[in-house]
Design a protein around this ligand. Sequence first.
Ligand SMILES: Nc1ncnc2c1ncn2[C@@H]1O[C@H](COP(=O)(O)OP(=O)(O)OP(=O)(O)O)[C@@H](O)[C@H]1O
Ligand SMILES: [Mg+2]
Length: 503
Amino acid sequence: MTAIIPLFEARGIRKRFPGVIALDGVSAFVNRGEVLAVVGENGAGKSTLMKIMAGVYTLDEGTMLLDGRDISFRNVADALQAGICLIHQELNLAENLDVAANIFLGRERLWGGVFGWLDRRAMAREAASFLSRVGLSPDLVDVQVGQLAPGQKQLVEIARALSLDARLIIMDEPTSSLTSGETERLFEVIDDLRRSGVGIVYISHRLAEVKRVADRVTVLRDGRNAGELERAEVNHDSLVRLMVGRDLKQLQHRTRRLEAPKPLLEIRDLRYRGGPAQGISLTVGAGEIVGMAGLVGAGRTELAEAVFGIRPIVSGEILLNGKTLSIANPGQAVAAGLLLVPEDRRLHGLVLEESVGFNLSLPNLDRLSTRRIVSRSRERTMGLALIERLRIKTPGLGKEVGLLSGGNQQKVVFGKWLARSPSVLILDEPTRGVDVGARGEIYAIIDQLAAAGVGIWMISSDMEEFLGMSDRIVVLHEGKVAGELNHGEFSEEAVMRLATGVS
Ligand SMILES: Nc1ncnc2c1ncn2[C@@H]1O[C@H](COP(=O)(O)OP(=O)(O)OP(=O)(O)O)[C@@H](O)[C@H]1O
Ligand SMILES: [Mg+2]
């Protein structure tokens, strides 16, 4: 029997960044028509490996082979030329251009040679055929990308990869902002690509998805290979054991549920600028975890931002402990005892060019200071304790936070608010991109806060998360409350029915 030559192979890859060895001799391969999942804790080196494969970073040591032959990339264009295409988690589309223009960005078809006009008809025709291959309607060719749902954007990126004749498509956490319907659609497209012989590398922290889609799994731990699993061996426990290096109980879910909590935060008939015409009402009780579900674009983040003073309120009332609040900016919200941990860490959650220590202590300066002088030793003790508690992977407090891996940045956002004791904590997608180990830790912390009487309003797109953690679930649809479910009524179907507006 002759050995199969993999489509792509990486051997002994090393990559060092200041203060960290991100990859310390990692090897991996992908066959034609195979989906290789790459999993590992936050900071394990997944994204770095993918960026090396796609020409974003150069490697320090190691070799890469395509069809069994040595290759090296100086840049992304070299990798694309070889048929390797990376779809970043923060998608790379131009929001203000239409779909066809995005698919052909940088290689526009010209009519009558180099000095000719853009051949829009030819581009639209070709773009339409790629759209149908990923299951999107060809009518979308002239729709602005900014108008599309996240799932559609993801599929447009794949259409673009196909138009580039990609033989290897790398997807880095493609489903972290997709709804379950959109995720299922993406899986169908992946199945299709697999049948046509394309190799796929798939990174995700959602282990159920990995089980669904992977033919084989490579596990990374601390920049090294921790092991490999064939399809039949893949399950939650085997994955976690290799990732974390020890057994981990299934995610701890909440058992303590309150009967009728005392209302803490009450939102009455609230309308905010740019929101729906109809007012929104919502109550969060003391010690209660209210999960807020809805499709992407249902207006969950916007509502939270309005309550937190980021979006101007048009009418309605917000009460805390029965007293009316007037909140015109986030500073007033914090002073009143409301905290928001935002969804988009890169925009609102962190000062990216500052250190981990700076970011962790920023909201806590008052309690770290005596007469306005910040105690460096208290700051350090608090910072190190948070790093330990949330398993933040960083060489130290001094590391620039923007250089941490995606999930570790999320942990810093969460950690910086932990030292405060709010009355109401609004969490917007608290575990997006966070690995299983830290996720369990975050759930335990949320549970403790609730037990101490904090009202928790948790916006989440992760079905398992809000079904497991909530005492009550409120579902938004097109900016309005579509319905509420009490604990006994929880089910995936019930949530989906409300979220999609099916009555
Ligand atoms: N540009 C960079 N400069 C400095 N350090 C970096 C850079 N990119 C990554 N690192 C470091 O390399 C290590 C691996 O990061 P990487 O982003 O590959 O992790 P990951 O496995 O993708 O994690 P996550 O699941 O959180 O996305 C981390 O310690 C990270 O801080
Ligand atoms: Mg990553």
